[in-house]
Design a protein around this ligand. Structure first.
Ligand SMILES: C[S@@+](CC[C@H](N)C(=O)[O-])C[C@H]1O[C@@H](n2cnc3c(N)ncnc32)[C@H](O)[C@@H]1O
Length: 391
């Protein structure tokens, strides 16, 4: 999969660089709703809120940024598997706090385990998608280490995902800069603490980096799309790129679960969240059969009602919106929830789940990677893993 972006690596450094612009960040500032964000931050602390009413605008801006990206470097091409529709899918994800909560927990776990040895903390993020995880990563690591300089390097081979991340960062006034295939990040100048976005594939990018350079590696539903062989190669490479004690944390879907939520239940729990508190944590529909190469023929359990800690955030938020008669807002959110659950069904067969990563790293050749204790608990359909590099 290396360098399948087909970007010519011939343009000069400056030509290939898109620097963040103040106007871009100012664009969203006047459009955000501080009152709504304040309420949301009480219901779902530390989770970014994107106003659903900005959906069309967000997608339009992504299109503009994409055109700009295509002009700025030769050979920026769309990746069919992660094309423009991915923005719609992933925008939807940012509208409800349930799936972001799991990512937040894993980011906090990464932050707790980091042991920076200098003034700079360097983290690689694999697969930012629409950038919700990038926003939380930047903020949580910054909060945990207020005196350090935080450098986030978010790598994604899809230019559509990268422009979506640019917009998400603009939405929260976080500066960014974008670099293309083949960059050694130690050669990049970054004076304003911008998040560096890199259009590259995970393995190709990792190989080009300096040794003993990074404090941590993070991926929420990104490295999960590597095959088992590629995952093994990634750990071989980053064993050299990470510092002694570097941390790797990732999460993924569990291919053996799918979610097809009962709309009536969603609506009732949104009207009265106490119903969810009293209900069973999970209720199941008719199982499916797995086509995943890792689990051929195995049972895939279908969840139709979910009343876990993460879904309570969604019910409580909907409840607030209903109490303010924001009916249009809530109906758009329910649609986005449907897109998010459809993604689970569409993507799960491809996923190499995090618990298999933990098993993979038990092999002798990966003995430098020690499993971390105390991983955050995930909902049934998500799984996570965490390791420390002992050189
Ligand atoms: C499902 S999205 C995850 C987005 C985000 N982290 C989240 O949780 O919402 C996966 C992202 O990983 C990227 N990706 C998948 N495999 C990749 C690879 N081998 N190299 C680079 N990017 C990859 C895709 O382009 C996509 O943007």
């Amino acid at each position: 999969m290396e360098n399948n972006l087909n970007i010519q690596d011939t343009a000069s450094f400056d030509q290939r660089k898109i620097t963040s612009k103040i106007e871009r960040q100012q664009y969203w500032l006047g459009k955000r709703d501080p009152k709504l964000e304040e309420v949301y931050s009480k219901i779902a602390p530390d989770i970014p809120l994107v106003n659903v009413e900005h959906r069309e605008l967000f997608i339009k801006k992504c299109r503009l940024y994409f055109e700009e990206l295509v002009k700025s470097a030769e050979g920026v091409v769309k990746i069919d598997r992660w094309d423009e529709f991915e923005i719609v899918r992933m925008f939807g994800k940012g509208l409800n706090p349930t799936s972001l909560k799991t990512t937040l927990n894993n980011i906090n776990f990464l932050a707790e385990n980091l042991k920076p040895d200098g003034d700079v903390i360097r983290i690689v993020e694999y697969g930012p998608g629409s950038g919700w995880s990038t926003l939380m990563l930047r903020r949580q690591i910054g909060n945990k280490f207020p005196d350090k300089r935080i450098e986030i390097y978010s790598v994604d081979m899809s230019p559509h995902s990268v422009v979506a991340t640019q917009n998400s960062l603009d939405y929260y006034q976080i500066p960014w800069q974008t670099e293309f295939v083949g960059i050694d990040v130690s050669k990049i100048t970054n004076s304003d603490g911008a998040v560096t976005l890199l259009i590259d594939d995970f393995l190709g990018f990792s190989k080009k980096q300096p040794d003993n350079f990074f404090d941590g590696f993070f991926s929420s539903h990104g490295t999960a799309y590597l095959s088992e062989v590629e995952y093994g190669q990634l750990f071989e490479i980053i064993k050299n790129k990470g510092k002694q004690g570097a941390i790797f944390v990732a999460d993924s879907l569990d291919p053996l679960y799918t979610v097809d939520l009962d709309t009536f239940h969603l609506v009732m729990c949104s009207i009265n969240p106490k119903l969810a508190e009293k209900g069973k944590e999970y209720e199941y529909g008719k199982s499916l059969v797995s086509n995943s190469k890792y689990f051929p023929g195995k049972e895939v359990k279908k969840l139709i009602k979910v009343n876990n800690k993460e879904s309570m955030l969604f019910y409580n938020w909907n409840h607030y919106l209903l109490s303010k008669w924001k009916i249009k807002y809530i109906s758009q959110m329910l649609k986005s929830m449907k897109i998010t659950t459809d993604v689970i069904e569409e993507y799960r067969e491809d996923v190499y789940p995090s618990y298999l990563v933990t098993k993979l790293l038990e092999r002798a050749e990966f003995s430098n990677w020690k499993p971390l204790e105390g991983l955050p608990e995930c909902p049934l359909y998500i799984t996570n893993c965490g390791f420390k590099l002992e050189k």
